[in-house]
Design a binder for this molecule. Structure first.
Ligand code: PGA
Length: 257
């Protein structure tokens, strides 16, 4: 395993939080705190309504901006949806896709995650594709089957070159927003399994190049141990990304890890 070929990516997933003034305040606070970060890609994935503000506040800094979803069609009669091209035109770089909250509450399937990933790549965005098992699936000992199925379906038809532009976030559903973090060993086990699955589907070289994050109650206290693992290349951070100090501690853990 060669962690050195991959840059750690710490991405905040703000979910449905922050008005524009609140978003501006959080990013203004964060900017100086992460200004010297060199080895970690710092990303804030924010609600659509905050994108323009976030892009303006972070212009010329090392903080990259992402959206939290996009639709798979280029344009048309899809009331309430946002296309990948609309995001790319704004200067958005990243987009979270297939988050378990979207799968759970908004009927997203692996098929639509696959279509969204293809659309995002076509628009030049870097998708952060989330996969993860339910607690019941882990208890039934089918975590690897669930993850392999998601990887195969979510990336179906995606070329090796395009896969390298994607980030995969391993987010066990039972760990999201629950305060129950996967242990570092559990995170490493599944992230390594994802890499092995990519090696089979693509090649060892491609698998080594893909950034695989852990997400799920990652915080200032547990981040260092999680990101120290060979196959854990950073994190997708929900709650803890809403506080500049906590988010910075996590970023520093990845920078120094
Ligand atoms: P959490 O969320 O850090 O609040 O558990 C993670 C995520 O949903 O990406």
């Amino acid at each position: 395993m060669n962690k050195n070929v991959r840059k750690a990516v710490i991405a905040g997933n703000w979910k449905m939080n922050k008005t524009r003034p609140e978003a501006k305040a959080l990013l203004e606070e964060l900017k100086p705190m992460v200004a010297d970060i060199k080895n970690v890609e710092v990303v804030a994935c924010v609600p659509f309504t905050n994108l323009e503000t976030a892009l303006a506040v972070t212009e010329g800094t090392n903080i990259k901006i992402g959206a939290e979803n996009c639709h798979f069609e280029k344009s048309g009669a899809f009331t309430g949806e946002i296309s990948a091209d609309m995001l790319a035109e704004m200067g958005v770089e990243y987009v979270v896709l297939g988050h378990s909250e979207r799968r759970q509450y908004f009927a997203e399937t692996d098929e639509t995650v696959n279509k969204r990933t293809i659309a995002a790549l076509a628009a030049g965005l870097k998708p952060i594709v989330c996969v993860g098992e339910l607690l019941w699936e882990r208890e039934c000992n089918i975590t690897e089957e669930v993850i392999a199925r998601q990887i195969k379906l979510d990336f179906f038809g995606i070329s090796a070159d395009d896969l390298k532009k994607c980030i995969i976030a391993y987010e066990p559903v039972w760990a999201i927003g629950t305060g129950k973090t996967a242990t570092a060993d559990q995170a490493e086990e599944v992230c390594a399994f994802i890499r092995a699955t990519l090696a089979k589907l693509y090649s060892a070289e491609v698998a080594e190049a893909v950034t695989i994050q852990y997400g799920g109650s990652m915080n200032a206290a547990n981040a260092a141990e999680l990101v120290s693992k060979t196959n854990v290349d950073g994190g997708l951070i929900g709650g803890a990304s809403l506080k500049a100090a906590d988010f910075t501690t996590i970023i520093n853990a990845a920078e120094n890890g």
